[in-house]
Design a protein around this ligand. Structure first.
Ligand code: ATP
Ligand code: MG
Length: 394
């Protein structure tokens, strides 16, 4: 089938009252960004509260749909056949052959929805629907009409062109990225944090990211993996500014000065502080992590409370109530899983204690951190000053 245009359905954003045009304009520009990355020429437009993507050249259907299904705010994508108005008989014949091609198995119930958006068309919407329905029944005696619960709904819209569509590919839902401010994702090479970033971006939030690496304990390949994951998340969120912090000195210093069962927690607190520094510097309104209650020692409620204590910005933890399998399912869906499970060490696995505390006590953690007093401020400053910045494009 040759689909020349696509109707873009959007849901949640349509109810936003006065702000509606901001949401629509953002969606429009996100659709434009998406098609720019697809080979071919496209035109994105908004007409009477509907959005269309029109193909102006040859294109690959799967590639285009792949791009459009990553635009948050899109609820459904209806591939449309565009016809010129050459009279009713020609139209009816074209729709019959559309049905023939789109539904090789004719065992279904259907209904025709007529929509006369161009008022000088000689038939009313109802007359058009009835007449087309009759032609379809004539051509395919096996199909049946069901106006209440049809299995197939054939939409015929009379505009300058005539649009025919009957299928809808689900979109990702959510809100267009750019309608809700910006947040800083703590992005590691694992399964969870890319999913956390995806989920917050889905609510319309632009992302920035910070990764802590510890060369030579973590390799260049581990760093490349994080860049690759940022790239995967960026297909949904748009470009991500990625801060790569060299965390080795700080980690070794903590390792030298603090009880080993507290390493992970103390390290986490410094990660949060540094990430928050970058977040504030670039106007982010919150931090994002991939934590989930009880998943590991550093994610028990007491551990999360102690980690959280150093933050002044809100920390968004979209996976907080998810089981691992639920997170893995989303990771698969967004195509991050294969990359996330590549076996490169991350900085936490190397310095991890055999028996980390699961019920850290804030006072005791703070007491341990006193041992870092001499050099930690300077080290944090050096880590910030030597941070490498990479602009990750989808
Ligand atoms: P993930 O799969 O996201 O790595 P995880 O199950 O390995 O998570 P932890 O290692 O305890 O869990 O990390 C919890 C969260 O802390 C991560 O989801 C991430 O947001 C952040 N984090 C951990 N390590 C790093 C790192 N090296 N750089 C940046 N953020 C990190
Ligand atoms: Mg991890």
């Amino acid at each position: 089938m040759n689909y020349q245009a696509f109707l873009i359905k959007y849901g949640e954003i349509a109810v936003k009252g006065k702000n509606r045009h901001i949401f629509e304009d953002t969606l429009l520009s996100q659709l434009q960004n998406a098609v720019r990355r697809v080979e071919g020429e496209f035109h994105v437009s908004k007409e009477n509260g509907r959005m269309y993507v029109e193909a102006l050249s040859d294109y690959d259907f799967d590639e285009l749909i792949g791009a459009l299904t990553k635009v948050f705010g899109v609820v459904g994508i209806c591939p449309m056949v565009r016809l010129e108005d050459e009279g009713f008989e020609v139209l009816a014949a074209a729709i019959v052959s559309y049905v023939d091609e789109a539904y090789p198995d004719k065992n279904f119930t259907f209904k025709v929805n007529g929509r006369r958006a161009r008022k000088n068309y000689p038939m009313t919407s109802m007359e058009l629907a009835a007449a087309i329905g009759e032609k379809i029944l004539e051509a395919f005696p096996e199909v049946r009409v069901d106006v209440h619960k049809p299995q197939v709904c054939i939409n015929v819209e009379i505009r300058n062109h005539i649009n025919v569509y009957s299928t809808e590919i689900p979109g990702p839902g959510g809100m267009p990225v750019g309608t809700a401010g910006k947040a800083m994702l703590l992005l590691s090479g694992g399964i969870d944090s890319p999913v956390a970033g995806y989920m917050i971006a889905k609510r319309g939030v632009r992302l920035e990211a910070t990764y802590f690496h510890a060369p030579p304990y973590t390799s260049e390949r581990a760093k490349q993996k994080v860049i690759d994951l940022a790239k995967i998340v960026a297909r949904y969120s748009g470009p991500i500014k990625l801060n790569i912090v060299n965390f080795t000195e700080i980690q070794l210093y903590i390792y030298e000065k603090c009880p080993h069962d507290q390493l992970t927690i103390i390290m986490r607190r410094y990660m949060m502080m540094i990430a928050e520094h970058f977040a504030k510097a670039s106007g982010c309104l919150g931090l994002i992590t991939g934590e989930s209650i009880g998943q590991v020692a550093s994610q028990t409620m007491p551990s999360l409370a102690v980690t959280n204590e150093v933050c002044t910005l809100p920390v968004y933890r979209p996976l907080i109530g998810f089981d691992k399998q639920e997170i893995v399912d989303i990771s698969y869906k967004i195509d991050a899983y294969e990359t996330s499970i590549l076996p490169f060490e991350d900085c936490c696995t190397i310095f991890v204690a055999k028996h980390p505390v699961t019920k850290p006590n804030l006072k005791s953690i703070k007491k341990s951190e006193m041992h870092l007093q001499e050099k930690i401020d300077e080290m944090m400053q050096t880590a910030i000053d030597t941070t490498e910045v990479i602009y990750v494009e989808p």
